[in-house]
Design a protein around this ligand. Structure first.
Ligand code: DGL
Length: 262
């Protein structure tokens, strides 16, 4: 039955597992396949055309595996390629966007920070979302150049990461922001590192839970929810660094991590 078919996920690498974890927690009976395209990371410095081509490659693989829905827990791929994917494939797609709306609505100082990749910050979809939700709000945008590469190489808690973050967040320190929006699915893995460096009143938010809720809603609407009572099975594939992928998801009885050339 189609409802038992897996949900497919793809990201430029291991970071999208921060979102995948939220989906698995909310929908424990769903089966999933996760593709970490780490060989091509980071997507954030590539052209829109390149990001679309990589997104097609990942989508085709997931469809060959019979996925009933594809989640794209990668802000860079969503903002640059989701319109193309939705227009060219029949399967439902779930994208991810920076949580600008809740940050703007809840900010007391009326100033919010956004940390994302160059590819996300320069995309049209990002600009449209930002204009829509920040009319009476100041935003401070910072590009997280180099963060994805360090997380991909297993160095999220290294001195190198601390040094890089100190430089990157410098424009945020005396800006008066009270929210920092994490606009890249890799960044929840460095949330604690950032919290230590930022003033105490700055709240850091991401979009993982919102994507999980949206996945549930779309599965229900399209009558694709897996109603089985059995616990879901998860296959995660990396085309470059399965060890880092395994470290980030931890040991799960119902999940396997493998190397795959896709
Ligand atoms: N996880 C991707 C995102 O959310 C990482 C971006 C990249 O590969 O540069 O944007």
């Amino acid at each position: 039955m189609l409802s038992k078919a897996p949900i497919g996920f793809f990201d430029s690498g291991v970071g999208g597992t921060s979102v995948w974890k939220e989906v698995v927690q909310l929908l424990p009976h769903e089966n999933t396949i996760y593709l970490a395209d780490s060989r091509n990371a980071p997507y954030g410095i590539k052209s829109t055309q390149e990001i679309i081509e990589l997104s097609i490659k990942n989508t085709e693989y997931l469809l060959q595996q019979g996925c009933k829905l594809i989640a794209v827990p990668c802000n860079t791929a969503t903002t640059n390629a989701i319109d193309y994917l939705r227009a060219n494939y029949k399967v439902p797609f779930i994208g991810i966007e920076p949580a600008i709306k809740p940050a703007a609505l809840n900010s007391d100082t009326k100033k919010i920070g956004i940390l994302a990749t160059k590819g996300t910050l320069s995309s049209q979809l990002f600009k449209t979302t930002q204009e829509k939700f920040t009319r009476d709000i100041d935003t401070v945008e910072v590009t997280g150049t180099g963060i994805v590469e360090l997380i991909e190489s297993g160095k999220k808690d290294s001195d190198e990461m601390t040094q890089l973050l100190v430089e990157i967040i410098n424009p945020l320190l005396s800006s008066g922001i009270d929210y920092l929006v994490l606009g890249c699915s890799h960044y929840p893995y460095i949330k604690e590192n950032l919290q230590e460096l930022l003033p105490n009143n700055v709240k850091i938010i991401d979009s993982g839970v919102a994507v999980a809720r949206q996945t549930l809603a779309i599965l229900q609407d399209s009558k694709l929810l897996n109603t089985s009572k059995e616990i879901g099975q998860h296959q995660l594939y990396s085309n470059a660094n399965p060890t880092v992928l395994q470290e980030l998801i931890g040991n799960m009885k119902n999940a396997t991590v493998e190397s795959l050339n896709f």
